[in-house]
Design a protein around this ligand. Sequence first.
Ligand code: NAD
Length: 699
Amino acid sequence: MATITAQRLPGGRLEVLFDQPGSKVNTFSTPVFDELERLLDDLEADVDIRAAVFRSAKPGCFIAGADINELRTLIRPQAADAFIARGQRLFSRVAALRMPTVSVIDGACLGGGLEFALSTTCRLVSGDRRCVLGLPEVTLGLIPGWGGTQRLSRLIGAAPALEMICGGRPVDGPRAVELGLAAGCAASGDLDRALDELLAAAPDRTDPDMPAPAVSAQQTAAAKQRIAAGRLHHEAPLAALQVVRASAGTSMAAGLDLERAAFVARVRSRAGRNLMRMFFNRDRLRKERWGITAAPLPVRRPAVLGAGTMGAGVAWALGDAGLPVVMRDVDQDRLDRGMQAARSMYDYPLRRGRMTAADVEERLGRIEAATDLAALEAADLVIEAVTEDLDLKKRVLRALEERVGADTVIATNTSSLPIDELAAALRRPERLVAVHFFNPVNRMPLVEIARAPGTADAVTATALALARGLGKTPIVVGGRPGFVSNRVLFPYLLEALHLAGEIEDLDGLDRLAGGFGLPMGPYRLMDEIGIDVTVKIADSLKRSFGDRYRCPEPARALVAAGMLGRKSGAGFYRYGAGRDARPNPAAAALRPAGERRAATGDDLHRCLALMVNEASRCLEEGIVNEPMPLDMTMILGTGFPQDRGGILAHADDHGAARIVAALEALRDRHGERFAPAELLRRVAASGARFYDDAAPASS
Ligand code: NAD
């Protein structure tokens, strides 16, 4: 079945309809390009056609860009060059058609979709909310490749074009008209009339020989400033800026060559490749079933045990998603604090006017606070988020099981305790699953889900469905303590604690970590987690994995001195009323006496090498079956830089052999915690990689 069909209308008009079979959206792919090529052959040969109009049959979508499966193949630079060159040729043929051409856009017109529309004589847009026009390529670490950098700047001028291209944000219909990107905007139902008027007025076409506009020094500086202040990884927006600047005064053909070369360079670059991978991985994680075929059980009356940091966050998430939820803690005071914490999660949307006070009350009204366990009797799913203490949790779970129905699913939010031991505390262990949310629950997208040995498939399926229902990205990992996130993160944090005795400037190591792309360095992160919590998790992981999780003294000294991190006003840093944190001299003074040196990049790599090592162990033990879920866990759960692709992708870039050599040298000096994992050794010895970049990214 074809995507593109054409119908002749009276008056010499040809109406071309995009309607990709079996899909909610239209995209460009090799087969669609084949169809477009045949259509262009006909259009070029047919002298009777007076105007060609391009429309979409998909509600809410014109053309959403390139097909994701086709994009996957672009990870190979030669494939990228050929696919980009073909799109450029086809769109240039559209631009050179003798008759006027109009794109009638009544929905998302993004990436390649907008580049196609830019090659038509003009664009007519709707005022519908879903009608957005944009070039989001930079958000994938790429740049527009099918003429977007060339045609947009010629059409609307360099400065607004740079804003759209380098920011990656779409504009709506009315704004497209203001920018000169669209010739007119009408209500969806009024587009036919507006189209007749537009064609009757014989739309102007952009001169195909027009040179690209110059970009002034001021415009360049403004674009760079916006890029620096933006959230996106900087390389792709800077590359797009460079293409637009270098194209100034050139012909379209020369500009397209520049654009194509820069696109291929992006695909070749580490950041480009990794950001593309992120896009595919997110897509895959959205659909992944993790081998579970059982249907999820319905969740209509969830409950949460514990109203602390996590309990309050989880109760908030459930209430916010529309579910009535019971939140239980041991006394009213803690419940009040939990309710207050849940309320504060609405501060931002309230301030921004995204919600009304009534919306907030309605959502918070779904949370029922209770001190009596009896309030949980009717719950079909209970998420346990009580203090991280094995005996306490076992007791709580046992008491809970006495109260709830035989089919109630019980989820534990433990960070580091063995879930097989928690399951063993239950009479029906098959109902227990770990559902590990991240702090703060309202902002963190990841939920790690882990099974105990006997967890029923329907129970895991329920946890997956619940996490997705809350708008989270669940990743199923093996059920050993610390799952992936804490197990892999902690050797890095603990090594920073070991290093605290060797280096003078702790904030220096944090700055190096920032330079690597981490959202904050290890000391700052421990302050955020809480030094007491850090010690507790380390001790708990040590019970399961031994000495490599031994927590060095400086952390315990801080806890003893009441310096618990941000929550107590001081930890490795001191926290004032503002957001500024300054190194805490009192913390530095608690370190054992001895000679110290300045922190270097090697120190950061020493911490990272231990992360790589533990990640290799997780693969070896089958905690994950492939690198992707592990790397996505570290990116989504711990803020590992996206453009580095995760810790195992970093190992590929840095070189497994180099990491093993560093670990062995460190083992000689500092002991067994640096012993390289068997799998890492094998990867290093064979010259293999964790990811096979020659092959297309996994589908
Ligand atoms: P917290 O100390 O803030 O809160 C724990 C709450 O549990 C307290 O309010 C306490 O009164 C309550 N509690 C104790 N016994 C109870 C009982 N019998 N019934 C009901 N409530 C009881 O701890 P937290 O940070 O919210 O952590 C809770 C769980 O979530 C722990 O297992 C922790 O490892 C895990 N976790 C924490 C984080 C984090 O960053 N804080 C992140 C992920 C997971």
